[in-house]
Design a protein around this ligand. Sequence first.
Ligand code: NAD
Length: 259
Amino acid sequence: MHSVGICGSDVHYWQNGRIGDFVVKDPMVLGHEASGTVIKVGPGVTHLKPEQSLRWYKPLSVGIHACKRAGVTLGSKVFVSGSGPIGLVNVLVAKMMGAAAVVITDLSASRLQKAKEVGADFTIQVKNETPQEVASKVESLLGCMPEITVECTGAQACIQAGIYATRSGGTLVLVGLGPEMVTVPIVNAAVREVDIRGIFRYCNTWPVAIALLASKRINVKPLVTHRFPLEKALEAFETTRRGEGVKVMLKCDPTDHSP
Ligand code: NAD
């Protein structure tokens, strides 16, 4: 193993022992965003070779899956709600897929700054606005209502804003996973024929993710804001829990002395 990214879900399992119906009953090894090198393969292994580097680009995969489910295409106007790692990969992928303009919201100015760096056209720092006010800011920045909204916070107010903001006939994709029960203006969505879709992680995204990274068409490096050696895993988890930076990495390979 070379490095492992800390995912919000790792922190949830660590702090709460569960995410919704997924309850930790036995000891669980955290860390599913891994990258490493194949040292040796068994005689029956044909798809891997020694010295091959492997990376699991899980954040990126969630963005690919969400943008595909949303139907992002050339010229799309997209509203991404939430500028955490998941919102940011959705900005990257939406732009890659041809979105003409992407507007993104967050509470944090530094996270919005990062969104600008990765290609967001407009940012909105949410303070005490109502969901309708957020929707109207989205519309005025884009010059029209977005046909696609990708909700990446799970917060009730943001799901509400997502419905109000999306153009009639458009699509709202729910990526953020908050409480199971939320109050949303469902009749508003129904009478304006706004489709609401969910995603659960990703499916068949690895080849696309690897091809985009290998061809350098997409750069996820700006998302990495912190790196800790494995011995400082607790500090790394605490940093993620406090919401500092964006993507916190644990470096497992003690022979790599680069930062
Ligand atoms: P994160 O907590 O790092 O980012 C969420 C961002 O939302 C934060 O920057 C926060 O400031 C912002 N936010 C919170 N309330 C807000 C509000 N009212 N207005 C504007 N912004 C607000 O989390 P992340 O790692 O980016 O993940 C985002 C969500 O996606 C989480 O709910 C996570 O569980 C979910 N997720 C879902 C899937 C899936 O398969 N559906 C996969 C991965 C992650």
